[in-house]
Design a binder for this molecule. Structure first.
Ligand SMILES: Cc1cc2nc3c(=O)[nH]c(=O)nc-3n(C[C@H](O)[C@H](O)[C@H](O)COP(=O)(O)O)c2cc1C
Length: 169
């Protein structure tokens, strides 16, 4: 699948098969995440691989959409590190780019994934912080659930001509 096809056909996958994702694929997802653009190349991120069933199952107690993690093989928590911010206010934009890279890489490798938002919802951020004992400079930004797809989602054409402008509004 070329890059354009990957972008155009990616969908959120929320149902998964009971099949383990091998470490080589997980490594590629981390590589893709770290390859994201960031403001001033500050790379203000950390990633936590979650594959402990007890941890995956408890997330739904503070995240309303995290039931899907009970089926997922793993999840990646994307975090921002305030101590690595050279350019104030950009960490969450950089983390969003890293998160999207994980979603696209997963799709291109045959893995289903879904972005589960944490930041800026205070309850979800606090829940994740408490669960993993995160230090105060680390902000949990998003979870990406991962598993071999247990559903097929058709490509959705969202191109909207009215959102594209030529030289003036
Ligand atoms: C910032 C952000 C937060 C999201 N949070 C959730 C979430 O909590 N639960 C969920 O099921 N999907 C979540 N999504 C996925 C969106 O619902 C999904 O991307 C959107 O409906 C478009 O569908 P698609 O990903 O299949 O193209 C989130 C996406 C983004 C970008």
């Amino acid at each position: 699948m070329d890059a354009f096809e990957t972008i155009i056909t990616r969908r959120s996958i929320r149902k998964y098969k009971k099949k383990v994702i091998p470490q080589e694929i997980v490594q590629k997802l981390f590589q893709a995440a770290c390859q994201a653009p960031s403001a001033g190349n500050q790379q203000p991120w950390h990633f936590v691989l979650l594959d402990d069933r007890k941890i995956l199952n408890v997330i739904q107690t503070f995240h309303p959409n995290a039931k899907i993690l009970t089926e997922a093989d793993k999840a990646i928590l994307v975090c921002g590190d305030l101590d690595r911010e050279k350019l104030k206010g950009y960490w969450m934009i950089d983390c969003a780019a890293a998160t999207e890279n994980i979603l696209l890489a997963a799709h291109s490798l045959g893995i289903g994934a879904c972005w589960l938002g944490l930041y800026p919802r205070e309850g979800r951020v606090a829940g994740m912080r408490k669960l993993l004992h995160l230090p105060s400079n680390i902000i949990p930004f998003a979870l990406v659930s991962l598993g071999y797809p247990g559903e097929v989602k058709p490509k959705e054409d969202r191109f909207n001509k009215s959102r594209v402008h030529l030289n003036k509004w």
